[in-house]
Every structure is written in structure tokens, then in C-alpha cells.
Ligand binder design. Sequence first.
Ligand SMILES: Nc1ncnc2c1ncn2[C@@H]1O[C@H](COP(=O)(O)OP(=O)(O)OP(=O)(O)O)[C@@H](O)[C@H]1O
Length: 356
Amino acid sequence: MEKEKDKRVLLGMSGGTDSSVAAILLQDAGYEVTGVTFRFYEKEGDTAYLDDARELCSRLHIPHIVYDVREVFRKHIITYFIDEYLKGRTPVPCTLCNNRLKWPLLKRLADEREIPFIASGHYVQKRFIGERWHIVQGADPDKDQSFFLWGLPQDIIARMVLPLGNLTKTRVREIASERGFLKVASKRDSLGVCFCPGDYRTYLRRHTQAGAIVPGPIFDERRNYMGTHEGYPFYTIGQRRGLGVYRNKALFVKEIIPEENAVILADDLRALEHTAFYLSHWHLPAPEVVLGSQAELIVKIRYRKQANRCSVVLTPDNRLQVRLHEPLASIACGQAAAFYRGDIVLGGGIIDRVGE
Ligand SMILES: Nc1ncnc2c1ncn2[C@@H]1O[C@H](COP(=O)(O)OP(=O)(O)OP(=O)(O)O)[C@@H](O)[C@H]1O
């Protein structure tokens, strides 16, 4: 971690292992830490995470703030999540939360308190390259969270301190137990979307109005009727299980047509392949490095390891056209795409059209 003169930092504390160890490491590095826990969402009113964060701060003798953003979270993240499925798209709530809510809030609260730095327990690093700050992959390939942070502006990245960026999760757990924080060391990893950790279909059923999701036809690519689905929002592009239609070969969701409440299946994954897609809401820290670049540029459309070579051009309507060097299957509108060169994040955007 860098040595700075004014070493006050505002740390986002979820009450989990990562942000707790981040607090310990920041203190070790001489930072004067203030912890803030955002109340984003509470499953059945469970506020144990607040007690855990408070308890840890008290053990470390650091001030702790609780900031209630449940209404904003519901309005901007949960509503967006449901609406995207109802539009036949695949939402990216964690990307949106990090880029539009969590980090901007940390910055705002730090500004209000004149605290120069903001920190988290994310497994990412940052690097200053060619006059700009960039997010860089975390050292632990299984925990790297850089895919979610492509949208952060310079004034946020510049102030970020990321104590877990060069550590593995195993090492983070060891640090917690070596320092006597046994409860912290043994906490389970959080899985998936915080407000919808299980099957999103059950969640959609519970949180949409009656009549919003109704059965409709499943067609093959030639529009032959194949069966009935339970509601198009329950399907995602590329899905091959739980389709409700059985043939003696694999079937894949190729298209979702909300206006017709129809789902189109293909029996060959190659029918889902494309060599281009378009991004809106894009953000590039150094546009000249990505646009028209001849050097190796990688685009990822999923969190897990992936490496698709591409070139990118700006369209007259201010979208990014991503041209893939090899065809890629199962690209869905609504998903995020992030650009990389090596371990460096070069920005990203939201897929809003698939095809050439
Ligand atoms: N409710 C929250 N309030 C404040 N900061 C948060 C909150 N939730 C997450 N963060 C911050 O964002 C980081 C990444 O959160 P995320 O939920 O993706 O990871 P995590 O591995 O579950 O982290 P943790 O082990 O700290 O819960 C956390 O380490 C923490 O710094």
C-alpha cells in the first residue's frame, strides 16, 4: 500500500471477512480508518451484519457509521433488476451497484467528512498508466472482482485504497485467524446477487404483479411450435436446462421476444454465435487506447475467466461496436462487457444490441 501524508480512509464494511481484514490491514499500514456500513438490503429484517461490523470496529477502536440506503437500493437496483428481466434482458445488479451506488456513496460520505481516501475489501488493484488510473485484476484469480468495476471514474479510482488486491482469499482468512478474529475468519463467502442469492425465477414470481409473467409459446428457429413456457423472464440467452421442452438433443434459448411473450430455441449452439455487439452507457478511462486499437484487446462478458479478442469502434450514435475476432455464443442484452489488456481494465459498457 502507498504511504500518504493524510492517512484517513473511509472503508465500506459489510460485516464480512473481506472488509474486516481490509480494516485490519489498513490499520497495520498506518491508516486512520472510519468504517461505514450501508444498509442496502436486509433479508427478512436480518441486521446481524450491522452488529458484526459495529463489533469489529469497536475491537479495532475505529469509528463506525451506519448509512441507510435501502430506499435508493430498492429504487435503482432491485427495480432495475426486475424490469430488465421483464424486458427480456439479463441485468447486472452488482456492476450497477458498485459503479453507481457503493463507490459514489463512499466518495460522497468521505467528502462530507474531508477524508481523502476510500477503501473496500474488493479483490482488485489499481495502477497509474499513461496519465490515467486503471482498475487492475486482483492477484487471486478465483476472487478477482475487476469485472464489476469498469465504470468507475478517475476521481474515485484515484482515492481508492485496496488492501486485498494482492492477496488470496486463503491468505485473507489466515490473517483473520492469526490476529484472533476467529468469527471473521470463518464467515461464509457471499454468493451471487445479495438480494437474490437463490433462483432468480422464484424472486421474480414473488416480486412482480399478478399477470406480469404469464405462460407463452416456445418456438424453434423456423417458428414451429415446440411447447409452452412459464413466462419469458424465466429464460436467459444460452440457457439449456429447465426449458420445459425435451428432445433427444441439446436445446438452447436463442431469442426472447417480450412483445410476443415468445421464446425461441435452437438445437445447435452455433446458431447463438455472433461476431459483434454494441455497448451503451460505456466508460473508457483512456478511449484512445481502446478505440481503433491494433494491439491485443480482450473483452469479457462474464465474471468467470474468459478471453475474447476484439476491436472496438465508436458508432455515429455514440455506442461502441465490439467486433469479435472469433464468434462467441450466448451474448445477452443487458449484460456488461469489460475490456482488458493483460490484467488492466480498460473500461466497459452495457450490451444493448447483439449482431453485426
Ligand atoms: N453493506 C455494505 N456497506 C459498506 N460496504 C460494503 C457493503 N457491502 C459490501 N461492501 C464493500 O464492498 C466490498 C465488496 O463487497 P462484496 O459483497 O462484493 O464482497 P464480499 O467478498 O462479500 O465482501 P465481504 O467479505 O467484506 O462481505 C466489501 O469488501 C466491502 O468493502
